[in-house]
Ligand binder design. Structure first.
Ligand code: ADP
Length: 467
């Protein structure tokens, strides 16, 4: 099936394109305004010159004809390239036309003029001319009072030449700055983009690596700040995902290991019954008891594992409740089931912000352990105390205690201290891992200490208010 391909452009190309657009716009605006202002000033100057020439011309009139020598002398401007025609029209005579030197020849040539700039005329060989016309009456001589038409053609060639030079200079500067700017911006954009390209390359490499170790990280560029921050955040995400994968690998390995031993025992007993069950009927009930006990243990283990794995993806609903009330409920219920004496100190305001069901599970797990690892005639004490923003619950027993080597590991999955194994106390090593995860979900903390003079002390801190 035909699929539309999305054409993507790099940000470096986009920046360069945008810059080129802006540069062209600025250049056009700047050049057109310079050209307009300079052009206007030059034409205005020419107009003023023409007016001054016209004044001198009128003053140089002797009778019905200008005194050309005087006109040239009194003109402050170069008149060599300026042409004049004066036409007097007395009532009784035909019009008399006087020309300044070379004007006749000049006028014989055809010329073009534009209506937009009506005073400017173009002559193919001679270039641009400014044409000015004035009307008056003779103030002296025989034909005094007759109408006079004065016409001056002023060369614009030097203005046009200057204008051409200005245009060429602007053009050169524009092309030069455009090329330099384009090269510079393309380089800058590429340099700014390079860390992103490196990041993409490193990510691509990790994605396509044959053996992923789950310890990979991306290169952190020091510059620019945004890419630096992005790579740090990427690495944090990668580390957390890697840790999760590693934890899951470890979890599967530990679970298989824990299940392998009881399963081997179960299979051993099944084989025993198969081979010798007929001749030695007395072994059957013992083996069945073993299979029953081990399968029950495996069932519990699997249930705990499932609870733990489900807890990786939950968010608990937290509310305010009274921890002392909950403790009373648990003590009343458990006191009948265990031989140890349950004691608790009183504290009136023990409102916490947590999930009541999960806090009940945490306390039950700690109580269960205190019961398992303490002599029957001992006491288990619950202490509830205020600790700044938290309420601290201590569960103290007088049992076998936990060594300093074991303390950092008791919250790990499947961890069991040698002492509890050697004393053949039933357990999976998952109780405290589940409790610690639940404490985490309640945004609390759990630690373990020695109880003085003997036994263990588990401390759970829960928030009094919304964190
Ligand atoms: P288990 O099912 O083995 O009790 P837990 O995760 O509850 O697993 O506890 C982990 C280990 O921590 C136990 O095997 C035991 O060695 C130690 N432990 C936990 N609670 C106590 C306690 N109250 N007294 C002594 N040791 C304890």
């Amino acid at each position: 099936m035909w699929k539309k391909q999305n054409k993507t452009t790099t940000s470096a190309a986009q920046i360069t394109k945008a810059y080129a657009g802006i540069l062209i716009l600025i250049t056009l605006l700047m050049s057109s305004s310079i050209i307009t202002v300079v052009g206007y000033r030059l034409v205005a100057n020419k107009h003023a010159e023409a007016q001054s020439l016209m004044r001198v011309l009128k003053d140089s009139m002797v009778g019905d004809e200008p005194d050309w020598v005087r006109w040239r002398r009194e003109s402050t401007l170069d008149t060599s390239n300026t042409f004049v025609r004066v036409a007097t029209n007395s009532t009784d005579q035909a019009a008399k036309i006087s020309y300044s030197p070379r004007t006749k020849a000049f006028l014989n040539e055809k010329f073009r003029s534009w209506s937009l700039i009506k005073d400017v005329q173009y002559r193919s060989e001679q270039g641009f001319y400014y044409h000015i016309v004035a009307h008056g009456r003779l103030s002296q001589g025989a034909n005094k009072g007759s109408a006079v038409k004065y016409e001056i053609w002023l060369s614009l060639n030097n203005v046009v030449r200057l204008f051409k030079i200005i245009l060429e200079t602007i053009g050169l500067i524009v092309i030069f700055s455009f090329l330099i700017g384009l090269w510079f911006i393309a380089r800058l954009a590429r340099r700014l983009n390079q860390p992103l390209v490196d990041l993409t390359t490193a990510t691509h490499k990790i994605n396509n690596a044959e053996n992923i170790t789950h310890h990979e990280s991306l290169p952190i560029s020091s510059d620019p700040q945004e890419v630096h921050d992005l790579s740090i955040e990427f690495n944090r995400l990668l580390r957390s995902l890697n840790n999760q994968v590693l934890r899951e690998h470890q979890f599967v390995a530990d679970a298989s290991h824990e299940l392998r031993t009881p399963l081997a025992g179960v299979r051993g007993h099944i084989n025993l019954i198969r081979r010798h069950g007929q001749e030695h009927r007395d072994i059957v009930p013992t083996s069945l008891d073993y299979i029953d006990a081990e399968s029950l243990r495996m069932q519990r283990l699997i249930e705990s594992l499932l609870r733990l794995s489900r807890m990786d993806h939950v968010d608990l609903a937290l509310t305010y409740f009274n921890l002392s009330d909950l403790l009373d409920k648990i003590i009343t219920r458990y006191q009948q089931q265990i031989p140890q004496q349950l004691v608790r100190d009183q504290l009136s305001d023990t409102r916490v912000y947590a999930n009541q069901d999960s806090v009940e599970q945490i306390i039950t797990a700690l109580l269960d352990n205190a019961h398992k690892y303490s002599p029957a005639e001992s006491t288990i004490t619950f202490e509830v105390a205020n600790a700044g923003d938290c309420i601290q619950l201590k569960v103290l027993d007088q049992g076998i205690g936990i060594s300093d080597q074991d303390k950092p590991h008791v919250f790990d999955r499947f961890y069991r201290a040698d002492q509890s194994r050697s004393q053949k106390i039933v357990g999976s090593g998952l109780g405290l891992a589940i409790a610690a995860r639940l404490v985490d979900l309640n945004h609390g903390q759990i630690t373990v200490q020695d109880n003085i003079p003997y036994g263990s002390c588990f401390i759970v801190s829960l928030n009094k208010t919304k964190p």
